[in-house]
Design a protein around this ligand. Sequence first.
Ligand SMILES: O=c1ccn([C@@H]2O[C@H](COP(=O)(O)O)[C@@H](O)[C@H]2O)c(=O)[nH]1
Length: 234
Amino acid sequence: MKRHTGLIVALDTQDVAQARAWAGAVGPAAGAVKLGLEFAYSAGLDAMAEVAGGVPLFLDLKLHDIPNTVGSAVRALSHLRPRLLTLHASGGRAMMEAARKACDEAFPEGERPALLAVTVLTSLDDQALAETGVNDTPRNQVLRLGKLAVSSGMDGLVCSAHELSPLRDALGDAPLLVTPGIRPAGSQAGDQKRIMTPAQARDAGADWIVVGRPVTQAADPAEAARAIAAELAG
Ligand SMILES: O=c1ccn([C@@H]2O[C@H](COP(=O)(O)O)[C@@H](O)[C@H]2O)c(=O)[nH]1
């Protein structure tokens, strides 16, 4: 089965007007826009829904706390009606189950966001992961956390494109697999370590790719987003 791989553009800025302009520019090519910690801490949560306008909103808040706090946080942001919402799988089963319960209770039927568990950040390589005390490869740790997350009621995972194939083998077609760390050929990796191109991620089985700086720092963000969407469609 050939999957459809969609583009999510990460709007990483503290400037509301800039985020609104980017959302308008990339909206026609993107399936969703992602707003995260930088924007939330500077502009506030309510600005996130406003900036997205009509484009589906991915709230990348990477929740990570005790179960009661995470469940309450999910309830507190339910009025924003995000399409996707992140939390860290390393918060554990009870935390993820609390988030799922809060979603089921606080959102109207059929309108809850897909809950995505962040596995191993795409900025970590083998050595950086080992320094956190994990004596295993990113691939094995992603698999371990991915299985835990799916069995804790998560709808999908955030991982690098390098882990897509083993995750599909282990978990099948159902979980949404969302991959940042995407770099079109010739663009700077920056702080990302486990990277692939849009077409490589599509061929490896991504449901969504997340691209930030290669779009937002391009001379023409609308054209950069269109080019990535065309690469995915090719
Ligand atoms: O493991 C992860 C989880 C989240 N991200 C987020 O994706 C974008 C990537 O931006 P680029 O500019 O394309 O590097 C960014 O918002 C991160 O917070 C991630 O990169 N890796």
